[in-house]
Design a binder for this molecule. Structure first.
Ligand code: EPU
Length: 337
């Protein structure tokens, strides 16, 4: 294990923002996590945990020991007639895990193809796409308590999952480092193609026999056609969450905008934030080196050498504008640092 000083984090965040870590260390096991935490204590420095860096916006240098989680590996823990329980290292790339599951004929994560980031970060915000969230296949996780340095297990209910939410964004925020995640995947797939464009895309691709691989291919196709590749244009996927409006608020808006999309959920009606942004004219707008993506307005982008503070400023302008025009406050989905 090698601690580096004053290194650029540009390669470690998908926005490609060039901010520095005072100290930086990569860890590849739970023991190394504990070792790094002890180092931070000796140096009297806080710690900052980095996974794939796909859901953060860096607006300043990080005066901490940045611990980058590189814990790899898969372990088949048990299986029964219908399920397998697979333990996955927190540092595995999420999409690699999806591909491995598909190749093994384990169902449940194929709709989550091509989501950027690591396995360890996936429960933090209960990643979701195309009608599936990871809470549906989540069994438990192992994490190191930053204070006690002890290993703790979190089961499904302890994670307090919600829409892009978990306990790790609230009362356990900054207190744990996730090292392993256990997923319960299905041996007998039930294909989930109800969401939006999946059926049409399968048809366009000439796919008539459903399989995990076919669904994954269709989803990769949809994502690649409208979401920018972070390796080419810096971004962190959706910048804002989709707001849920009370039914009355939604009906008021419907009087003015009869075509407003909406999806009923247990708390009201969820409206795509992208719709508000498009209506307000933000789609494709560029401001110097940063902007709003031309194919999907929910994605803020760094066209190269943009500052995190410029993207933050843009997000604040968008929030103000949407609040003025529609009376809706858009919550960021991305963590602002
Ligand atoms: N829309 C527009 N204009 C656009 C694009 C979309 O008005 O240019 C409206 C349309 O009404 C469209 C609706 O937004 O039907 C939904 O669009 P989309 O299917 O692209 O999904 P989203 O609600 O914008 C969410 C997730 C994405 C996930 C997709 C697909 C959030 C914040 N985002 O986006 O997740 O990939 O659904 O399931 O929930 C991410 O979290 O980083 C992310 C990319």
């Amino acid at each position: 294990m090698n601690i580096q000083k004053n290194i650029s984090l540009k390669e470690y965040n998908t926005f490609g923002i060039d901010k520095k870590a005072e100290l930086f260390i990569q860890v590849s096991s739970a023991q190394e996590v504990v070792h790094a935490l002890n180092e931070a204590r000796n140096l009297d420095l806080p710690v900052f945990v980095l996974g794939g860096g796909s859901n953060i916006l860096l607006t300043q240098n990080i005066e901490a020991l940045v611990i980058q989680i590189n814990i790899k590996g898969y372990k088949l823990l048990k299986e029964d007639q219908n399920h397998v329980w697979v333990q996955v290292g927190a540092g595995e790339v999420w999409h690699d895990f999806v591909l491995k599951a598909i190749a093994s004929n384990w169902a449940g994560v194929e709709n989550l193809s091509l989501i950027p980031g690591t396995v360890g970060a996936s429960p933090m915000q209960n990643i979701g796409a195309y009608g599936v969230e990871i809470k549906e296949v989540f069994d438990s996780l192992e994490a190191i308590n930053i204070q006690t340095l002890e290993k703790e297990i979190f089961d499904y209910s302890q994670c307090e999952f919600g829409y892009r939410e978990s306990v790790f964004k609230h009362k356990a925020k900054g207190q744990y480092i996730i090292t392993q995640v256990v997923f319960r995947l299905n041996k007998k797939p039930s294909f989930n193609i109800g969401y939006g464009a999946i059926k049409d895309t399968l048809r366009e691709m000439g796919i008539t026999t459903l399989s995990l691989e076919a669904i994954s291919k269709a989803i990769i196709h949809i994502r690649q056609s409208k979401l920018p590749n972070p390796k080419v244009v810096g971004n962190a996927g959706s910048f804002f969450k989709n707001p849920t409006l009370p039914k009355t608020g939604y009906q008021e808006l419907q009087k003015v905008y009869p075509d407003i999309p909406g999806y009923v959920n247990e708390n009201g009606i969820k409206v795509p934030a992208a719709w508000f942004l498009e209506q307000a004219g933000w789609k494709g707008k560029t401001f110097g080196k940063v902007g709003v993506h031309k194919n999907h307005p929910l994605v803020l982008v760094n066209y190269g050498n943009g500052e995190g503070s410029a993207i933050k400023e843009l997000s604040i302008q968008i929030q103000k504008d949407i609040e003025e025009k529609f009376g809706i406050f858009l919550q960021p989905e991305v963590n602002l640092i």
